[in-house]
Write a protein that binds this ligand. Structure first.
Ligand code: C2E
Ligand code: CA
Ligand code: CA
Ligand code: CA
Length: 278
């Protein structure tokens, strides 16, 4: 698994060589779950470091089992990608996130929703139409939608994604590069993409202030992003010290347990109302 310890419930892990029967069973369960829409979105706010306000929240999917148990995405997204089931699932996620943001908007809560998009979805023809339709159906203004794509995917498939992502951005949607800094090689792909936001990967934040190399890397990413007129989000901010460090370096946004854990749509509404009162 990507990282152990976050959840012990290893629902699916490509490293564990399971029997093909087990694999088949999981795939079928996932297929049924998609048909029955047994998923749920949690939302995690991003703090605007300068103004202390919240505008963007990231939508994070969970699989809700009949028992009520919530399965974390790392346990089923890889299988969904491997089987192509990520395409219908991703469409459901996008539509739900847009309609939720539209509902908030109607209630006077101006919230932009950031949705994780798998590379598999981008590569399917018709992806731009899917996004356009999600906006149309929900009535969400495009500037209230952000799409997150991982650095490793866009870097390795730059020719395949440039046109699609350019068209998506022309709709007025914000584009953000997730897990930034983990792709390690050339940064030249940034010149080819119409990007708005870089999200510094959690691995560069979690050891601040212990690891001075991480501090230097995070500072360099913030400076570089600003030189390119991009906004920067730091992920995985867990302590006051980390937030303070990021503030000093001029990081635009901070996301992490220190600010808030991912939460249900209702809880997020309460969180926003509490925040605006203080
Ligand atoms: P990600 O996009 O990098 O999302 C951030 C993950 O870090 C989330 O885990 C979030 O709960 C967690 N996190 C946030 N703040 C902190 C913190 O301060 N400390 C720590 N240790 N963790 C923090 P989650 O929800 O389990 O999602 C894991 C991954 O699953 C996501 O990583 C993303 O790659 C994928 N994922 C989640 N939702 C979706 C989705 O709707 N579609 C797709 N394609 N992938 C998704
Ligand atoms: Ca993300
Ligand atoms: Ca990330
Ligand atoms: Ca480190």
């Amino acid at each position: 698994a990507k990282e152990n310890g976050r959840n012990t419930y290893a629902f699916y892990s490509p490293e564990l060589s399971r029997s093909s029967y087990e694999h088949f069973r999981l795939e079928n369960e996932l297929r049924t779950a998609i048909e029955r829409q047994q998923f749920l979105l949690h939302y995690q706010p991003q703090l605007e470091v300068g103004s202390d306000g919240i505008f963007t929240v990231e939508a994070l999917v969970r699989w809700q089992l009949k028992s009520g148990e919530l399965v974390p995405p790392d346990s089923f997204i890889p299988l969904a990608e491997e089987t192509g089931l990520i395409v219908p699932m991703g469409e459901w996620i996008l539509n739900s996130a847009c309609s939720q943001a539209r509902q908030w908007n109607k209630k006077g809560l101006k919230i932009r929703v950031a949705v994780n998009i798998s590379g598999i979805q981008i590569m399917r023809s018709g992806f731009v139409d899917v996004v356009e339709k999600a906006l149309e159906t929900s009535g969400l203004p495009p500037y209230l939608l952000e799409l997150e794509v991982t650095e490793s995917y866009v870097m390795n498939h730059i020719e395949g994604v440039v046109e699609t992502l350019t068209r998506v951005r022309e709709l007025g949607v914000t584009l953000s590069i997730d897990d930034f800094g983990t792709g390690y090689s050339s940064l030249s792909y940034l010149k080819q993409l119409p990007v708005d936001v870089l999200k510094i990967d959690r691995s560069f934040i979690s050891d601040i202030p212990k690891d001075s190399d991480d501090e230097k890397i995070a500072s360099a990413i913030i400076a570089m992003a600003h030189n390119l007129s991009l906004k920067v989000v730091a992920e995985g901010v867990e302590t006051q010290q980390q937030l303070q460090f990021l503030k000093q370096r001029g990081c635009d946004l901070a996301q992490g347990y220190f600010i808030a854990r991912p939460m249900t749509a209702d809880a997020l509404e309460d969180f926003m109302r509490d925040k605006s009162r203080t």
